[in-house]
Design a protein around this ligand. Structure first.
Ligand SMILES: [Fe+2]
Length: 283
């Protein structure tokens, strides 16, 4: 800290939001007549959340939607939604067209996911990166539910768009899943009488120089849980897709496919502006 820097000037934002949080919390306690027993119960619950490593899970399920909404208020281009707790950085870098890393016996219908990444003025963005991650057909994520040694970065990759801003990725149709429900977050949901299911989805962060990074998800229209995501507010209308099923035997034969498969086309539009890395450096 320099001679002219005071704790207040250095941590002004922290002090401001913490004071506000404390005021809000104290008002909440007064308004709800929180008892000492309830207070101890809440403290023990937070302790368990920490012990079980569920801080991100708990916050992402209940709170991240609001952070995403405020942080992206008025944003141009494709709408955002939450990142969630299952992102892993530094996935393998692949050039489009490509096949996402998968096990030799990977189950689930094949999905060809393609589209173009554009700037908000319509210009295609060559060399944009789609950082993709998803569950497998059984709703399991690599590095979390699938051991890393078994299949590192399974169904995860950083895919670079071609000269026309296009990408084409071969992957598998993901399955819906229940968020981890045997820890404190699951216990809270059960106590609230709520299920733990998320509708099937693909996750992506889309980045291009000179543009704001887009973090979003695509959801499948006919999923059983599409209208009751445990993460309330995460599913947005323009992020719901309906992949085309290809099952005509002649078509399969023509395309060298053994089993029915799906195709999905979706274009992403990025807002112009500085990217997150540049913003971080500036701050
Ligand atoms: Fe997810």
């Amino acid at each position: 800290m320099s001679a002219t820097e005071t704790p207040h000037s250095k941590n002004g934002r922290l002090i401001e939001v913490f004071d506000n949080l404390l005021d809000t919390l104290r008002n909440f306690i007064r308004e709800n007549h929180v008892t000492h027993e309830e207070y101890r119960h809440a403290v023990a619950f937070l302790g368990k959340v920490g012990q079980k490593g569920e801080a991100s899970l708990l916050c992402d399920v209940f709170v991240e939607v609001s952070v995403d909404e405020i942080d992206n208020d008025g944003r141009a281009g494709t709408i955002t939604t939450i990142e969630g707790p299952f992102y892993v950085p530094d996935a393998p870098a692949l050039k489009s067209p490509c096949v996402l890393p998968q096990r030799s016996n990977e189950h689930g219908a094949i999905l060809f996911f393609s589209g173009t990444v554009r700037s908000e003025n319509g210009r295609p963005l060559a060399g944009a990166i789609l950082d993709l991650w998803q569950s497998d057909t059984n709703g399991r994520y690599s590095h979390f539910d699938i051991p890393e040694v078994e299949a590192p970065y399974n169904l995860r990759a950083r895919v670079t768009t071609d000269q026309s801003g296009k990408f084409e990725v071969q992957t598998r149709v993901p399955g819906p899943y229940e968020i981890p429900k045997h820890g404190p977050t699951g216990a809270l949901l059960a106590a609230l009488g709520r299920h733990a299911w998320r509708p099937a989805h693909l996750h992506m962060k889309v980045e291009s120089h000179g543009h704001r990074t887009l973090t979003t998800q695509l959801f499948f229209k006919h999923d059983r849980w599409i209208n009751s995501d445990v993460v309330q507010g995460a599913v947005k209308q323009s992020l719901i897709v309906d992949p085309i099923k290809h099952e005509d035997p002649n078509e399969l034969l023509r395309n060298g496919m053994r089993d029915p498969y799906y195709t999905l086309a979706y274009d992403f539009v990025l807002e112009t502006g500085i990217g997150e890395a540049a913003r971080d450096q500036r701050n």
